[in-house]
Design a protein around this ligand. Structure first.
Ligand code: ADP
Length: 220
């Protein structure tokens, strides 16, 4: 198919994570086949997701009957029941699904999922915990770990950078960070340039090594 990103997606396990995922994909216009083994779940989401089936995802025949082998992409969103999560991911791998995503609740769980063929493993609870730790303990307004050791942070400019054109601020040399965008009160984010002068009210997006952006966002 021409555009894999708009292909239908199978979402297995409609707990809090799987339900949000399936609803958001639906809202974005992606066709979703959602599967959960609790009949009540299908009843409560009826009409809000394209297709919902009540089935045990650890049953290969059930997956075949639902047409899962025809899908390019599938997400295993089962977290609490490790056995079910691992068995389901293994079956998707056996069915040769091209793009398997799986949610893990621990490092070990993630390692097993990768070994049995998941192409992408996500750690929503762990990642969210890490993110909230940054928000509650400092001045950051938002925090995103972009890659291992690299982050993007939304914060207010420290005093020493207010009223100075960024090009003359020695920000990169001193703190190893880059201000990529600026938002003034009541306006949208725009790219920061060498001429940009920040005010106390501005919000900035800062990128750099995790420790560097942490240090920067702790400046008074
Ligand atoms: P969350 O923490 O996101 O709420 P849970 O792990 O608690 O996630 O929820 C997982 C969902 O997966 C539940 O709705 C559960 O009914 C479903 N589930 C568990 N085992 C199976 C299975 N074998 N087949 C299909 N769905 C399953």
């Amino acid at each position: 198919m021409a555009d894999k990103n708009s292909d239908p997606v199978v979402v297995i396990g409609l707990g809090r994570f799987g339900t949000s995922l399936a609803l958001e994909l639906t809202r974005r216009g992606t066709e979703v086949l959602a599967i959960d083994n609790r009949p009540k779940v299908a009843q409560s989401l009826a009409g809000r997701i394209t297709h919902i089936a009540t089935a045990d995802a650890t049953d290969l025949e059930a997956l075949r009957q639902l047409g899962v082998p025809d899908f390019y992409r599938a997400v295993v969103a089962i977290g609490g029941d490790l056995e079910a999560s691992i068995l389901t991911a293994a079956l998707l791998s056996e069915l040769e699904i091209d793009d398997i995503w799986a949610k893990a609740v621990s490092r070990q769980h993630g390692q097993i999922l990768r070994r049995i063929g998941a192409h992408h493993v996500v750690f929503p609870e762990h990642d969210m915990g890490e993110r909230v730790a940054h928000l509650v303990s400092g001045r950051m307004l938002d925090y995103m770990q972009v890659d291992e050791g690299f982050a993007l942070v939304k914060t207010r400019p420290p005093k020493e950078y207010v009223g100075v054109p960024l090009g003359r601020s020695s920000l990169r040399r001193k703190y190893g960070v880059t201000i990529v965008a600026v938002k003034s009160r009541g306006e949208e984010f725009t790219y920061a340039t060498a001429e940009t002068e920040l005010t106390y009210d501005d919000v900035v997006l800062v990128s750099g090594a995790t420790e560097a952006v942490e240090r920067f966002s702790e400046l008074p």
